[in-house]
Design a protein around this ligand. Structure first.
Ligand code: SF4
Length: 109
């Protein structure tokens, strides 16, 4: 579903039927954080979800104010692989357990 920022996110939920106007981020809600629509503008989750759909990778989110962005809170993401049981430093790429890194490309002539 598209977020208020206009990007597809698997964790955004909006209900606009019959006059309702319910919106929420189910990822933040599940992990006990309050959501506001402006968080979607800078959230890295849509790009991560588009690049890596691994079923074993779980995202942990925090809402924090980076020191370089004095007034704007942002979603910060870390990832953990439940299969390899380790942190995933680059969630867009994955941990390499299921898909060996670096990728091999074969050029057939
Ligand atoms: S805050 Fe991030 S994870 Fe939550 S709905 Fe918005 S884009 Fe998706």
């Amino acid at each position: 579903m598209k977020t208020p920022a206009g990007r597809e996110c698997p964790h955004f939920y909006g209900d606009y039927h019959r006059g309702r106007n319910t919106e929420e981020c189910r990822l933040l809600k599940l992990q006990g954080h309050a959501w506001t629509p402006d968080l979607c503008k800078t959230c890295p989750v849509p790009e991560i979800a588009r690049a890596n759909s691994c079923q074993y990778m779980k995202l942990r989110v925090e809402v924090a104010r980076p020191f370089f962005a004095l007034f704007q809170k942002r979603v910060q993401v870390s990832a953990f692989c439940e299969k390899s049981k380790r942190d995933v430093p680059e969630p867009q790429v994955g941990c390499g357990e299921c898909h060996a890194l670096p990728f091999k490309f074969e050029v057939k002539e």
